[in-house]
Design a protein around this ligand. Sequence first.
Ligand code: ZN
Length: 330
Amino acid sequence: MSYSQRIFELATLEYQRRREKAHREQEQRHSEAVAKLPRLIELGREMSETGLAASVAIAMGADAQKQIAALAEKNLAAQKERRDLLRSAGYPDDFLEPRYHCDLCEDMGVVDGIFCQCREALLRSIAFSQLSELSPVEDSTFENFDLTFYPNNQDPETGLIPRDRMKEIYDYCLAYAKDFDTDSPSLFMHGKTGLGKTHLSLAIAGYVVNKGFGVIYGSAQNLLTKLEREKFSRNTYSHSQANTEESLLDCDLLVLDDLGAEFSTAFTVAAVYNIINTRISRGLPVIISTNLTPEELEEKYTQRITSRIIGNYTSLRFHGRDIRQLKKRR
Ligand SMILES: [Zn+2]
């Protein structure tokens, strides 16, 4: 995948942030342990002094063999004592070591002058997050999804109890997020406005992002507008832009929220078909949510598209009445 200069810059900043975080947390753990076990300070000094003296001795040459061995022994003894102390206080052996996101490059992005294998994943996730409308602190989570907003009595129209039905959908979505992998099924969430489709699709997206997958979440309208703008300005901007189309086709999970709310044109119909079809052929999951019935969607997006969705996606139909008014009143 090709990336813009901006994405490379953001990756450099992200590595810096990760390293700083690892070191800050290491210092916090150190302060905590030292407060309980003051002897750790002395041991730490001994370890660095013997280490330093050993490197000086090594630089002096072969005559220093005996000295080096003695220093090494002293250093190992200090290490052992430190480990025993930590264990006695219930800390893991590596409690005082920095904990990096990537142990290979220690969050430098480079190992022995070569880009680390973690870098491509980072560039990808930054490219996707640039397109996504997920904010870092997302307030639509599984924890704050409130089933008590859904009526607990039979709906005369459908004969279903909305709360029971929503509990099933909620459980399904939570399990989906927990088990998510790039071969997970695609989901088609449909039902009237204000029944929690956006909340649950955001909850899944947030959960899956935290598992380390590359997710693009956006309203169909915004993503299609970006795609269209980029397509028609390609000649003027070329490589300075993130490649929206490539990202939409390639990310681990694509969430198209509120499909059908956008103004449909020959361009959007072709683009939606391309996204749905390509991702089916690549075996990559999509979550589509829409307020339209399958019939209304077909009217807007042709039978060719809806039959691909109905034939290949797991359908989740949301029942009940708009709960947004109830939420406001509480
Ligand atoms: Zn790495």
